[in-house]
Design a protein around this ligand. Structure first.
Ligand SMILES: [Zn+2]
Length: 133
């Protein structure tokens, strides 16, 4: 279990800060983090960027200097951040095993291509490769 590091900056934050959370609209009451000053604990992504990634490319997140995040939303964003970082690590490990076993090379187009070998036929996707084995 990972510790949730305190991200609040005492004395700096609430001066002129908004009173409601940018995400959930809950009243922050002096215990929020300024969005522009915060970053996630695991990937060290800026909080506005993280919110933008969550919403996807169809939305533009516009953050003002006074915008704040409540403690609950900060914890949720950091939890999401942790899961995403762990997912990348797990995918990388599994992919490395598959690349080694099936002698795959990774193409910029995002498909795996098996190298020519005596017992693996060349194909354009992993599922087909596994069928050919
Ligand atoms: Zn909130």
């Amino acid at each position: 279990m990972h510790m949730v590091k305190q991200m609040f900056v005492p004395g700096v934050m609430m001066e002129g800060a908004a009173t409601c959370c940018f995400v959930c609209d809950k009243e922050v009451a002096g215990s929020g983090v300024l969005l522009l000053m915060g970053q996630t604990l695991h990937s060290h992504t800026g909080l506005p960027t993280k919110i933008g990634q969550l919403l996807g490319e169809e939305f533009v997140v516009v953050v003002q200097t006074e915008d704040v995040l409540c403690r609950r939303c900060e914890v949720l964003l950091n939890h999401l951040d942790l899961l995403e970082v762990e997912m990348v690590v797990v995918k990388r490990q599994l992919t490395a095993f598959l690349q080694a076993k099936y002698q795959l090379s990774y193409e910029p187009s995002g498909v795996f291509i098996a190298r020519h070998s005596s017992h693996h036929k060349r194909c354009l996707c992993l599922s087909r490769l596994l069928l050919f084995k």
